[in-house]
Design a protein around this ligand. Structure first.
Ligand code: MF3
Ligand code: CO
Length: 257
């Protein structure tokens, strides 16, 4: 069942989403050579709790941390660790879900530590563009396949590939609600988008081939099979009658660059 949210509920999700945007910026500004992903997780968790939020990834199906922190060839679901040290040029995806006053927002942003190679910068640029191109399809009357198709087209036309194993999802009262929102698809197919639906759109894009492997040790870490880098950007968005109402924001991140 796909829940429709009232305008009041959407405003409450926006409050949660705003705190999440600030949180990603706060953690992002601590990314520098030598810092561990466990340290980043710790300051982020503290920031969320200090502001009255709850980090929902922590304890979700046994996930041990507040953030998924995924470096270079880790696509998503990287577990923060005292043994993972960030170095100059790394790409670092921060993915976090928070609950504030009972409402849930989900967002991810891929940062670079210092100067990234032009190749890496292009991957991040195209992945972020694909997110916004997908978000543009988030209006009542379109279908989930319209979003996926738009995201896929943009990435593939730029020579990149789309992960198939994971996708976006409904969100707002829980972390994962219906429907699934794949980053690939056929226009005019899939669930019908209605005003008041709230979903997370989250392209996971590989520089090389689309195949991924999940860690046998921890069950979470999702890496590219070919070892090439990947990127991940995610927004929580409400479906509007005439277009998307993007609830999470990268403004706090981008204003500090
Ligand atoms: N934020 C993620 C998503 O988009 C990751 C959830 S996995 C978790 O669904 F275990 F870390 F919660
Ligand atoms: Co998500």
């Amino acid at each position: 069942m796909i829940l429709l949210k009232t305008q009041e509920e959407i405003e409450l999700i926006r409050d949660s989403a705003r705190l999440l945007g600030k949180t990603l910026a706060e953690v992002g500004r601590h990314i520098c050579p030598g810092v561990t992903t466990a340290f980043l997780d710790k300051i982020g968790e503290q920031y969320i709790r200090d502001n009255g939020g709850i980090p929902l990834c922590k304890g979700y199906e046994g996930f041990p941390a507040a953030f998924c922190i995924s470096v270079n060839n880790v696509v998503v679901h990287g577990i923060p660790s005292d043994d993972v040290f960030i170095k100059e040029g790394d790409n670092v995806s921060l993915d976090c879900v928070i609950e504030l006053n009972g409402y849930v927002a989900d967002s991810a942003y891929t940062f670079t530590c210092g100067e990234a190679t032009p190749e890496m910068q292009r991957l991040l640029k195209v992945t972020k563009e694909a997110l916004y191109i997908g978000l543009d399809k988030c209006k009542a009357g379109n279908r989930v396949g319209d979003i996926g198709h738009a995201v896929q087209q943009h990435c593939e036309k730029n020579g990149y590939s789309i992960v198939r194993e994971l996708c976006g999802h409904g969100v707002g009262l829980k972390m994962h609600e219906s429907p699934n929102v794949p980053n690939y698809g056929v226009p005019g197919t899939g669930a019908l988008l209605k005003e008041g639906m709230v979903i997370a759109v989250e392209p996971m894009v590989c520089m090389g081939s689309k195949n991924v492997v999940f860690s046998r040790e921890d069950g979470w870490t999702c890496r590219t099979k070919d070892g090439k880098p990947a990127a991940h950007f995610e927004h929580t968005v409400a479906i509007g009658a005439n277009g998307p109402d993007i609830l999470t924001t990268f403004d706090f991140i981008e204003e500090q660059k």
